[in-house]
Design a protein around this ligand. Structure first.
Ligand SMILES: C[S@@+](CC[C@H](N)C(=O)[O-])C[C@H]1O[C@@H](n2cnc3c(N)ncnc32)[C@H](O)[C@@H]1O
Length: 232
């Protein structure tokens, strides 16, 4: 899909994700989300030790590594060389034959082999503006078998347009203060200014238009969204 009108994913990956210093502190900053809930959810949709899972924007492998212990083939796709270095080191240390680390992104990863049973993506889709989210979701639908699962975690505003300013102010006010162990007010303000988190009432029609049925959507604090979607 690389044409003269497609963006350079690396240039839009978020400068911090390309910075080896930031990447070395990334796990501590974002915490260690327990993968068990997502693994169980995928199992509840029929995934097993033979299944194929693609993790788009896999970062340091916080989900891809445990997923590779549970499923038959896990492709960890990452656009940032610094993230990929950590991912590869971790994959080598684990010695998991089921884990593949691949260079690419939402708009460039070319899936090969049997179609994916699930695509997982956490806190990465917001790197793309809405036009490109639609193309990314369309591409994801093309990687999945019919009935396959798209599991998304991301920052999505579950807020009506009339309340957005009030919501943003209260979100920023409650942000943690230590940048080493969380996303501070400054981090969140930068996210709003420079990244492309969208509204729930825009994302959901995008999912439907690209061939997904939304099986479940849950929100924490009107912004931390988790979606389970079934590829029609
Ligand atoms: C906040 S990190 C999340 C990493 C991982 N998913 C996790 O939850 O630990 C966002 C990741 O998305 C990656 N990313 C940025 N732009 C991307 C793109 N166009 N396609 C795929 N991944 C991208 C970044 O390099 C970064 O590793």
């Amino acid at each position: 899909m690389e044409r003269d009108w497609t963006p350079d994913e690396l240039a839009h990956a978020g400068p911090e994700h390309l910075d080896p210093g930031f990447v070395s502190r990334f796990d501590r900053k974002q915490g260690h989300p327990d993968p068990a809930g997502d693994l169980d959810l995928l199992r509840s949709h029929g995934l097993s030790a033979d299944s194929v899972v693609v993790d788009l924007g896999a970062g340091t492998g916080q989900f891809a590594v445990p997923a590779a212990r549970a499923f038959g083939r896990v492709v960890a796709v990452e656009v940032s060389p610094a993230m990929r270095d950590v991912l590869r080191e971790r994959a080598a240390a684990e010695g998991l034959a089921t884990l593949e680390c691949v260079r690419g992104g939402f708009l460039t990863y070319e899936h090969s082999g049997p179609p994916a049973d699930a695509v997982f993506t956490r806190h990465a889709l917001h790197q793309l503006p809405d036009f490109w989210k639609v193309l990314a979701l369309h591409r994801i639908a093309g990687m999945l078998r019919p009935g396959g699962i798209l599991r998304i975690h991301d920052l999505v505003y579950d807020v009506p347009a009339q309340r957005i300013e009030e919501f943003v102010e209260s979100w920023l006010e409650d942000a943690p203060e230590d940048p080493a162990t969380g996303y501070t007010r400054e981090d969140l303000a930068e996210h709003i200014r420079t990244e492309h988190s969208t509204f729930r009432w825009l994302l959901e029609p995008m999912l439907t238009a690209t061939g997904f049925e939304i099986a479940d959507a849950s929100f924490r604090g009107s912004v931390y969204a988790s979606y389970t979607c079934v590829r029609r």
